[in-house]
Design a protein around this ligand. Structure first.
Ligand code: ZN
Ligand code: ZN
Length: 236
């Protein structure tokens, strides 16, 4: 509420450097900061990790070896989880800063529109649900916030009830080895799927295990294709 009031009274400023933006622009990041973003645009389509060097392959060696058992059928993460990318995710997640969330959604949208040009988009967009404890801690689920924004902008229905998180601690509190052991029963599919091409949205992909588990559950429920969109991708 406070942020919304401030936005009404004060001029539009860059979410990263606070520079006043062009009047009337819908952008939330100035051209200077945009050029400095940790882009991850030429990443592997199977796991979202950056390609170490320019390559004509859409998937990394590991994802080509394990195809079609990649974390998702198409992974898009326009930013690496570092610098300004990490900063914006933290502003959204821990400070409930919705302008930071909107800026991330805009960066995601630009990549989604470019990659899907002329291709079939998912028929429904589902955010990764929070654990119960985090639901109490945070009034805004950052994944649901991003998914809502993308759903409106792309005209794709939002599926808030399809995925459910059953139990278990928040992933961010666990070491990498424990994250990789995430049980496939952590998530369940709550509602019958009316569509077989699903888009799943999260703020960050850390190990890819959450994406993999959700894809397995959606496939078991009848999905034929699961695309995973996150704002950032952690690079180990
Ligand atoms: Zn700026
Ligand atoms: Zn890969």
């Amino acid at each position: 509420m406070f942020h919304q009031l401030v936005d009404l009274v004060l001029p539009n400023r860059c979410v990263l450097c606070d520079q006043v933006l062009r009047p009337g622009t819908k952008e939330l990041i100035c051209t200077f900061c945009r050029a400095m973003l940790p882009n991850n645009l030429s990443s592997c389509r199977g796991c979202g990790l950056p390609h170490p060097q320019p390559t004509s392959h859409l998937r990394c060696n590991r994802c080509r070896r394990t195809y079609p058992f990649n974390p998702a059928d198409l992974v898009l993460s326009p930013l690496r989880h570092e610098g300004a990318g990490r900063y914006l995710v933290h502003r959204l997640k821990f400070q409930q800063n919705l302008r930071a969330g909107k800026a991330l959604a805009q960066v995601m949208l630009a990549q989604i529109r470019q990659v899907y040009a002329g291709q079939t988009m998912p028929r429904i967009i589902c955010p990764v649900p929070l654990s119960r404890l985090n639901q109490i801690r945070r009034p805004t689920n950052q994944a649901a916030y991003l998914a809502t924004h993308l759903s409106r902008a792309l005209g794709i229905p939002l599926g808030l009830q399809h995925l459910q998180r059953r139990h278990g601690p928040a992933q961010r509190n666990l070491p990498r080895s424990a994250r990789l052991r995430l049980s496939s029963s952590t998530f369940s599919v709550n509602k019958p799927l009316a569509h077989n091409h699903i888009g799943v949205v999260d703020d960050v992909i850390t190990t890819g295990r959450t994406a993999q588990v959700i894809k397995e559950q959606l496939y078991a429920a009848g999905a034929k294709r699961v695309d995973f969109w996150s704002a950032t991708r952690a690079v180990d």
